[in-house]
Ligand binder design. Structure first.
Ligand SMILES: [Zn+2]
Length: 123
């Protein structure tokens, strides 16, 4: 290392010309971005997020008020799904009920509306 630094100081052009290609490429190109390093599922997920899609549920789900006009959305791959409603923030009990495909369903305790939407698995 010390010899290389001494030679670089004395003959800078000669030493740089003999440096390995990998060292020159890294010093010239900088640090690769996440998109340049991503492969496989991570790359597919990043490309989908750029298109505005979220096939792997990476993002936080959107919140709905739970009214008749804007019910809570319940994604499902089938025709029904079991839903647990914590009606109030401090409740220690969960009200369980089935939400079926079609019209929105109402929680029997608090009255919030839930609607089932079809969810297609990405793979
Ligand atoms: Zn409820």
């Amino acid at each position: 290392m010390a010899t290389r630094l001494l030679l670089l100081r004395l003959f800078p052009r000669a030493v740089r010309a003999t440096a390995p290609a990998s060292i020159r490429a890294m010093s010239a190109g900088g640090i690769p971005t996440d998109e340049e390093q991503a492969t496989g599922l991570e790359l597919k997920s990043m490309q989908a997020l750029k298109r505005g899609e979220d096939p792997y549920n990476v993002l936080k789900p959107k919140k709905y008020p739970g009214t008749r006009e804007e019910p809570h959305i319940v994604p499902s791959i089938g025709d029904k799904r079991l839903v647990g409603c914590i009606c109030e923030e401090d409740n220690s009990t969960i009200i369980w009920f089935w939400v079926h495909k079609g019209d929105s369903h109402r929680c029997p305790q608090c009255g919030s509306y839930y609607k089932l939407t079809h969810y297609e698995l990405p793979h």
